[in-house]
Design a protein around this ligand. Structure first.
Ligand SMILES: [Zn+2]
Length: 412
């Protein structure tokens, strides 16, 4: 089947942008409010202009290209993603979404298509949270859920606050409120992203339609016991928090495995004081739980709390569970999903649905407007890694679906 978009141009853009912030081993690091990010924005701005978009940035540094509609006052069809990366990341996560959107608009422009509704392509600031350990700054600012205080409080590893970093690049944290958009200003939100998993690959498919985005709940669990000499404390006399923690961690795996789609991970653990010959006095570890159902998440959180209580009580240990971060799961709009299905059919692709386990700006945007997402196949499901890969044709297919969807959603 003949495709409308220019896959070679798109592929060139992926690889040109993929040179910015690249180290000698091929990993990309483009953190927010850095020279690398600035250079990436300049490159992307140029491509937006070539696609006949008017380019501007808002006060948190979101880069926006506006493709004007026949009705300049009509709500906007927003299509976004991000061009920041994690430390030593790849060239597709985020970039695929922005460059596919620019390609879709460029194709519309070449075909002399003027939509009724304006379309804006938005590269959100700091989706990954790699610099300030607090992601989705750009989309949260649009949704009005980021505060000025947050900007002053969050610091990078050099103790530079987000507010300070913003000022260095010409943005004014005091004007954060100007970034906010109202739901009346938006018609829909679309995002194309690499899957970062193997579901499409296992099903031998290029493109999938996202049904919803799992909401993560992050906990910090602290187990306290009694420190002692590893040689001189008999087994029966110990209150060892490490053993308690290990039981809890393995039971959390069991709890999540019983669910249909839930996932649970302990990614970080610290032992205090942390000596080879010392029974620790405390252990702290994190738990990340995700599901696309709010009810399931609430139940799992309760189960984890009960588990910590049971295990620590039985072993004479102390236990504390604190929620660090919680995002509600979000469901894709049925209308947008229907549009994406039709676009897949137009592009000659099967309509396949899957949930997203990873968080995206789309999750935040769904608080404001009807949201839909397109996933493209990730080779071996690898992401946040220099080996991240999406084939040229998979990206082209996803972009073709995006092109048809934007055409329809922005028409009268
Ligand atoms: Zn991403």
């Amino acid at each position: 089947m003949e495709i409308n978009i220019n896959k070679e141009r798109l592929w060139d853009h992926i690889h040109s942008l993929g040179k910015i912030g690249r180290n000698t081993e091929g990993g990309l690091t483009r953190l927010s409010f850095t020279e690398e990010e600035k250079a990436a924005k300049e490159m992307v701005s140029q491509w937006m202009e070539e696609a006949d978009m008017r380019v501007y940035t808002d006060e948190i540094g979101n880069l926006i290209g506006r493709y004007e509609g026949k009705n300049v006052d009509a709500p906007v069809v927003l299509v976004g993603s991000h061009i920041d990366t994690v430390i030593n990341g790849g060239k597709f996560d985020g970039a695929a979404g922005i460059l596919s959107a620019i390609e879709a608009i460029h194709t519309m422009n070449e075909k002399a298509i003027t939509p009724y509704y304006p379309i804006e392509v938005i590269a959100f600031t700091d989706e990954e949270g790699a610099r300030f350990s607090n992601g989705m700054l750009g989309s949260k600012a649009i949704a009005g859920t980021l505060t000025k205080e947050d900007l002053y409080q969050m610091k990078d590893s050099n103790q530079v606050s987000a507010a300070e970093a913003m000022r260095q690049f010409g943005y004014d944290p005091e004007k954060l409120d100007t970034v906010k958009r109202s739901p009346e200003n938006l018609k829909n939100y679309l995002e194309l992203h690499i899957e970062q998993g193997k579901v499409l690959e296992d099903n031998d498919l290029s493109v999938g339609i996202v049904t919803g985005i799992a909401g993560p709940v992050w906990f910090n669990v602290r187990i306290t016991g009694e420190s002692g000499h590893a040689g001189a404390t008999p087994m029966g006399m110990r209150k060892d928090p490490m053993v308690g923690a290990s039981i809890i961690i393995s039971k959390i795996e069991e709890i999540a495995s019983k669910e249909k789609q839930a996932v649970a991970t302990t990614g970080k653990i610290e032992s205090h004081p942390g000596g080879i010959n010392i029974i620790p006095d405390s252990i702290e570890f994190t738990v990340d739980i995700r599901d696309i159902s709010e009810e399931t998440l609430i139940r799992l959180e309760k189960e984890v709390r009960e588990l910590v209580e049971q295990v620590t009580e039985k072993r004479g240990l102390g236990g504390e569970v604190n929620v660090l971060h919680r995002v509600s799961p979000s469901v894709a709009s049925p209308d947008v999903v229907k549009q994406l299905e039709e676009s897949c059919m137009k592009a000659g692709l099967p309509t396949f649905h899957l949930p997203s386990g990873a968080g995206h700006d789309a999750m935040i945007m769904s608080e404001l407007t009807d949201m839909g997402m397109i996933f493209v196949r990730s080779k071996d499901g690898i992401s946040h890694n220099p080996n991240e890969w999406t084939d040229k044709m998979d990206l082209a297919n996803g972009t073709e679906v995006l092109f048809h969807s934007l055409n329809e959603l922005a028409s009268e």
